[in-house]
Structures are given as C-alpha cells and as structure tokens.
Design a protein around this ligand. Sequence first.
Ligand SMILES: [Fe+2]
Ligand SMILES: [Fe+2]
Length: 712
Amino acid sequence: MRPIIRRNVIAISALLGSLFWFIDGLLDYFFFFEGSLVGILFTNVPPHELYIRLVWFFGLLLIGVFSTRIIEEREEALKEKQDLEELLRSVRNVNQLLVKENEREDLIQETCEILYKTRGLKHVWIALFDDSEELIAASQSGLEEKFEPIRKKLRSGTLPKRISRAMDESSTLITRGSEGISEDWPLAEECREATTVTHRLEHNSKVYGIISACLPEKVTDEELGLLDEVAGDIAFGLYNKDVEEKRKRAVEKLARSRKQFRRAVQLAPFPMMIHAEDGEVFALNDRWENISGYGEEEISTISDWTKRAYGEERNNVREHINELYELDRRIDEGEYELTTKDGSKRIWDFSSAPIGRSDDGRRLVLSIAHDVTERKRIEQKVEKERDRAQRYLNIAGSIIVLVDKESKVKEINKKGCEILGYEKDEVIGKNWFDNFIPEKVRETIIEESRKPLMEGAIEEAEYYENSILTKDGEERIIAWENTPIRENGQIVGTLSSGIDITERKKMEELLQEEHDRIEDSFVQLAETTSRVLGVRDPYTEAHEQRVAELAKEVGSRMGLDEEKLLGLYIGGVLHDIGKIAIPETILTKPGELKDVEWDMIKSHPEVGYNQILEDTDFPWPVAEMTLHHHERLDGSGYPDGLEEEELTTEVRILGAVDVVEAMSTRRPYRKARTKDRTLGVLEDEKTTKFDPEVVGILVDMIKEGIIQFGGK
Ligand SMILES: [Fe+2]
Ligand SMILES: [Fe+2]
C-alpha cells in the first residue's frame, strides 16, 4: 500500500475527530452552557464533555488507523495474488516452452526471459552441467554483461557456497542479502538487498543444473512452491530432451545400421538372401544372382527359387527351409546341389539365421551360401589322387614311411606294416625313432641322418642303412632313401622309402667271408710257393717278400683299392718264382755271368709264367705281373719288349720296386748299392724306364727310411 494513501486515511480520521470536537462544542454552546464559545470549545470545557470529545477523537483516529491497516492487508493480498498469477503464467509459459522448444540452449534462455518478465525478478540465470559437472550451457535474464564473469566462474567450477549447497540439496535454498556468497562473487552487490532463490534442476535422480532467481522482496510459500514446480518442469523438459535425443540417435543409428546392413548384404562376396516366413524373398544380393543366374524378378518367392534351382528335390528342400522360420539361432544347413539358370550344377554350403521380424510382423531369415563347387571338385580330385597314391604305396615292394617334424609316423604303407609286424593303427601317430628303431643305433641315426635332413643340411635324397625293430623284437636292416618334405619352404617331415636288405646283407657277409677265405688261401698258396723257392734260394724268397710289401705300400700311396693291393702283394711274392728252374750255381755265382747264364736268368719271367702260373686261376693278374716285371717303358725290358701303355699299373709298380729292393740289399755276388746311387738311378731313369709317379713315391719312401740300404 502506498504511504500517501495511508497518511490521508489517518489525516481524515484526525480531521473527523477534530470536527466532532467542534460540533460537540457548538451543540453544548447553543443548548446547555453559558459563557464564551471559545471557552466552551477549548478553555472552559466541562470535564465530562472533555472525556466524551477525547473518546470520540481518539476513537475516530483509531478507526482511521485500523482502516489503514485493513486496506494495507487487502492491498498486500491483492499483490500476492497478482504475483502468484504472474508466476502461474510463467509456469504455463515455461510448460508451453518445454513442448515447443527443441534446443536445450533456447529452452533455458526462453525460460529465463519468461520468469524475468512475468514475475518481475531482479534477475534469473540457469546453468546446465554434464555428468562430469562440466558446464554445457548457461543463460540469464536481467544481468546481461554482468553475467559473463559468472559464466566464467561456472565454467571454472569455482562456485560460491550458496550455489554448491543448492546443487547438493533437493529443496529450494532461500537466502537473504549476501548470505552464503563471498564479496568477489560478481552478484554480491546485486543480491545485497534481495532474496535469492536457488534450486537444482533434477528429474529421476539426475541433476541437470541449477536455477537461481533474485527477487526484490520476500517470497511466499506459494511462490516457492511454484518456483519449485518451475525447476522441476525445466528438469523434466531437459530429461525429455535427453530421452528424445537418445531416441533420435537410436533411430538414426538404426537407420544407419539398416543402410549398412543392406549395403553389406549387397556387396557381400558370397550369395545372401533374406526371406520371410510366408515365402516372400525380401532381398538377394548381386553374388546370388551372378552365380545362380536368377534375379529378384524371377525368384520373388522361395517356391520360385526351389522350383528353378532344385527341380525334383524342391519339396524336400522347401520342407527344410520352412523349418528355418522356427529357429532362434544360426544353423549350418550343409551342402546342396543346385542347378543354375544356364543348367550347370553348383554346390552351395548354406547357413541361416533368424533376423527378427518385418514391419508387418513376419519372421525373417537370412540365408548365406558359400559356393564350394570348386573346392569339392578339388577335394574329389585330391581324394582320387590319394587313393591312387595309397594303392601305389601299398603295391610298392618297399617300405614307405612319412614321419612329421615331431618324429610321429603320419603314414606308412602295407609293406612297412608287414615288415614291422604291426597293424597300421598301431604305427600311425607313434614316435618312429622311440618305437621302431633299436635303442643302440637310435641316437646315431638321429644325428647322422634325421637331423641333417630336417635342417636341410644334406641332399634331398640320402642313402642310409639302418636296422628297424619289429614287433617280435627282431632287427631288420633297411636301406633307406630319405627325402625332406617341404611345405611353404619349411621342412615339415621326411618321406622315406626303404628296402629290406636283411637277407641280402646276410648273403653279402657270407660271400665276404668266403671271399676273404679264398684270398687268404691264395696268399698262403703264394707264400708257400715262395717258401719252396726259399729252400734253395733264401735270397730270392726274402727279396720277393720284401718286393711284395713295398709294392703294396706304393700301390696304397697311389690310391689303388684293396683288391688291387692284394693282387700286387701276391704278384710281388711270386714275381721271381721262375727262378726255381735256374741252377743254384748260376743264381749265386759271384762275378761276371756268361751270356748263356745271363739268358737263363733272364728267362725266369717266362718260366714262372709258362711253367708255373699260366694255368692258375688267380683273381688278379699275377701271371701277367710275373711275366712282365722286367719290361720297361722305353721298350728296353724283356721278355716282350713292351712299351708305354702296354705296361699295366701293377707291372710299372712291380718293375720299379723290384729294382730298388734289389739295389738296397746285398747279394751273394755283390754288395748292397748305396742310397745315393739308387736315388741316382731312379732320377736317371724315371721318365725312360720307370713310371715317374712310382719313382716319386719310392724316392719319398727312401727318404722316409721305409726302404733302407745295406741289409742282407
Ligand atoms: Fe725280382
Ligand atoms: Fe725278376
């Protein structure tokens, strides 16, 4: 209520009181009292009149005061009613806004403006925060540029106690003046004489932000209730916006997913079809059409498809497809042979899965096919090849074993099982070395053959003999050809083919023994024959024995094999056997020999050959060595005057060794030659009479002391 009205009412009451005083004085002057009018009015008032007039005066004044009060209260009530109506209008406007406004920022800005305008606030601001309490939006009305520092503080999170408390409490926080705010809060001055109502914006236990309104006067409970309602409405509005945004995002995502799904189906590198439970084909991709030849226009239903692709089998296939609509998970259906539009046969491997319902509620199934035609053809071919290979393996006369890199048997043929005495099942998967190789040779075989093969250190195929252990505990000797198996350049195992050579080995051993025995017999025969000669001519016997040993050594240094060396030895032992026919007197005659005597001596190779050795059946050219051991490369030798290539290796060795041995020893008719003279002879004649290689070896042997001079 305005004070001027209030003062007027009190003045009128006082005036009426004064008026009553005069009227009462005048009435008393005219009707009851004598004296002057002034005396009756002021100076000579009878006491009872004075009481009456005072009672009336103050009574009227009191009535005036009470009336003022009543008017004031009425006006206040009216004002409150107006404020409430304004607030109610604000609430209505805010509610309309919530429905109308889509953007969060626009919503809070409009709300601030409505509250500011309709309720006559000093100012109002709203701030919204995200889940991590970061400021996401802020609006105000009534503050304009003064709001910027507040916005900064809200952004930095440095809020006054009043705001923080309001954020933590669900009820409205009412503060008077600067209570709960520090001096540096930008609105400290603004709020000093006002009431501030702060309320967090909350719905469904989620706090969206805060609203703070500054009112110039105190607020009533009804107003608070309405402000509370406004805060709740804003929070509800924000909640709805959230829900709406989420829904929109979900719808967009779904639309995107559908688009991507359709695109994925369309571009998939394998045939795909979506079909409904009533048999309608919803979609099929390019790959389906490319391979089968049938497009959507030709197979708009499952019946069209089954009729075209499966012919007489269509009813069976259709029955199976119908079962798909009852599925609740993916199923691998298996392989089906179908006929394409051009009449060729393809094999498709199907799997299907339910993918929900169409918009009109029909169950949908996605069927994916993998065209395995080529793979099946290759598999069949491989299978055929494998069967054929298995047959070859089984009819092969050799063992064939495939051992992987863990030394496990991956494959073994029938022959292998027969030799080992096991069934195939008992061998496959077993460690080859631990189970089928005798322990005593196991490590050696692994080190010498298996490891180098697996490491790629030896040839692709390697001949290797070793024994295997049969089920009966018998050892069989197998000659193996081993080949490493490679996959992508890596050695993954070995393939071995082996022949059982146990019997052959036994025969070979027997033969060798026999052979050794025969050789021994020949050696004994030769040595015995030589000893017979030695009875009459011990020099020659010793000479022969020594020539035999030296010839063998020279032959060995020349790299001749054992067989030839033995032949050389026997040739050496017998080379002068013809001397048996020469009279002892000539053989041991000191001094010059007559021609005839010399001719007799020179006949000893022919005598040995013709009379003793020609008909013998030595396995070496012993007779030939005996006949020609005095032949020389330049043709100066005897008895046949052979030259160069006509002299065999054995003859070349024996000829040179014979001379050196003879020179190195004393004879009854002469002394031993010196080492130097012997070396001189060899040097002179090494290219004319003797083989240079043989001479070189003999020189070495002389220098090494193997041939000594001056013996008997
Ligand atoms: Fe001789
Ligand atoms: Fe001789």
